[in-house]
Design a protein around this ligand. Structure first.
Ligand SMILES: Cc1ncc(COP(=O)(O)O)c(C=O)c1O
Ligand SMILES: Nc1c(O)cccc1C(=O)C[C@H](N)C(=O)O
Length: 426
């Protein structure tokens, strides 16, 4: 049976049925811009702006008193935001804390949970993860006196874009102490089967951590049910907390109470912190893995953002996100056939995160031509174009229009005006 042709009307009908359509007006969007880069930096919402302004107001009026007497007391903010993030993770409030960045949180959790012993000394990762995670793993191995060439095992990809869960599982040998993987691969957008991987790793006695940078705020998680040991994420992508917005970490309740590998006074039980004792009495919650003073002004926007997610419901977000990326993929087949694109994102819904990725030998030039037409994609060297329609602020009509602009650039060869080289941020 041939599929009916997708038209602007098809997209308009999907918009009419969109249960999340009201959320777009919560954001600062630009009618003349098609923003497809929410998987790198999400847009500002009015609620996030408001919660930031509210913290500034607390500073203005309460000064030091803002820690306890402000509208949103800073002293309890990280715990409160952690608890508000927990439903997006399938976690308990005490297992989650808002703090640090992915990289600093990874260092903290590796310092706490990577415990090489006897023959079990190696870390298992993959060859497609974001560089920062790999740098953190290598430097942690070096701090333990291990040679990363020998002790970091990176699962290979068959095609340079996706990983096979079976290949990951095959590498789970008795000399592996810890496994770290991304939930969604940053280049191809592949979603890994977290439950299956975690179960297999636990059968081999391996500790499991996930980097949820590209899945938090895009899809639901069940970290407790899946038994993941720890996780880290950022909030500046799908959670729209702003550039450098506070990150977060999860520690499964079975590990709560473990002494933080990297301690600081914010690791304390909250009621003990201002005793100023030199013996740390660390929290029994994920709060123990904080270190120093929280960055209040880069945390505050998250409150408004999380309120939006609470109202939208992450299940609706996932449903719309999948439908939008499906529409994009269908349009690639319908409109871009023969124009040199290769889809590297898995086509199956259960294996796809929140963005799609197209490989093209002229990818950098094409991204520049798209930007000239007010479409904001991103480019990842050497040849990947990523497009992320975001459930809370992208319409189906925009998805359709973006794909038609892309087609026009290709058919008219306007991309040839631009150098096929990346810009600084790409
Ligand atoms: C998978 C992944 N890990 C880590 C990072 C970076 O971490 P950080 O927030 O520490 O800069 C990114 C993106 O910047 C990412 O996509
Ligand atoms: N974290 C970023 C930054 O500080 C500057 C520019 C981009 C980023 C990103 O988040 C990149 C992103 N993690 C990626 O998937 O490529």
């Amino acid at each position: 049976m041939t599929k009916p042709k997708i038209t602007l009307e098809t997209a308009a009908k999907l918009d009419q049925k969109d249960v999340l359509h009201n959320f777009k007006k919560e954001f600062y969007t630009d009618d003349n811009r098609f923003y497809m880069d929410g998987n790198s930096l999400g847009l500002l919402s009015k609620r996030a702006e408001q919660s930031l302004l509210s913290s500034l107001e607390d500073w203005k009026t309460h000064a030091i008193g803002g820690w306890t007497d402000g509208k949103e007391p800073w002293f309890y903010m990280s715990e409160k935001f952690g608890a508000k993030t927990a439903p997006l993770l399938g976690a308990k409030p005490e297992e989650v804390i808002s703090t640090g960045s992915i990289t600093s949180n990874l260092h903290q959790l590796l310092s706490t949970f990577y415990r090489p012993e006897g023959q079990r000394t190696k870390i298992l990762a993959d060859e497609l993860n974001f560089p920062s995670d790999i740098y953190a793993l290598k430097s942690q191995l070096e701090l333990h006196g291990m040679d990363p060439d020998e002790h970091l095992i990176q699962v290979k990809s068959d095609n340079g874009a996706t990983l096979s869960e079976e290949d990951i599982i095959k590498e789970m040998r008795s000399d592996i102490a810890l496994l770290l993987l991304p939930s969604v691969l940053y280049r191809s957008g592949q979603l890994l089967d977290i439950e299956k991987i975690t179960k297999a790793a636990h059968e081999q006695g391996i500790m499991v951590g996930f980097d949820l940078a590209h899945s938090i705020g895009a899809l639901p998680h069940n970290l407790d049910d899946w038994g993941v040991d720890f996780a880290v994420w950022c909030t500046y992508k799908y959670l729209n907390s702003g550039p450098g917005g506070v990150g977060g970490l999860y520690v499964n309740e079975k590990h709560l109470g473990s002494k933080p590998g990297l301690a600081g006074w914010f690791s304390s039980k909250k009621d003990k912190q201002f005793d100023m004792a030199h013996d740390l009495n660390h929290a029994e919650t994920a709060g123990a893995y904080q270190m120093g003073t929280p960055h209040i002004l880069s945390s505050a926007p998250l409150l408004g953002s999380l309120d939006l997610f609470q109202e939208a419901d992450i299940k609706n977000v996932r449903c719309k996100s999948l439908q939008m990326t499906r529409l994009m993929l269908d349009l690639v087949y319908q409109e871009l056939d023969g124009l040199g694109f290769q889809i590297i994102t898995p086509l199956e819904d259960e294996r796809r995160g929140g963005h799609i990725s197209l490989v093209h030998s002229e990818a950098a030039s094409i991204c520049k031509a798209l930007k000239k037409e007010n479409v904001v994609p991103d480019f990842r060297a050497p040849d990947v174009i990523r497009l992320a329609p975001v459930a809370l602020y992208t319409t189906y009509k925009e998805v359709y229009e973006v794909m038609m602009i892309l087609k026009e650039i290709m058919v008219n060869e306007t991309y040839k005006k631009y150098k096929n080289e990346r810009d600084i941020i790409a």
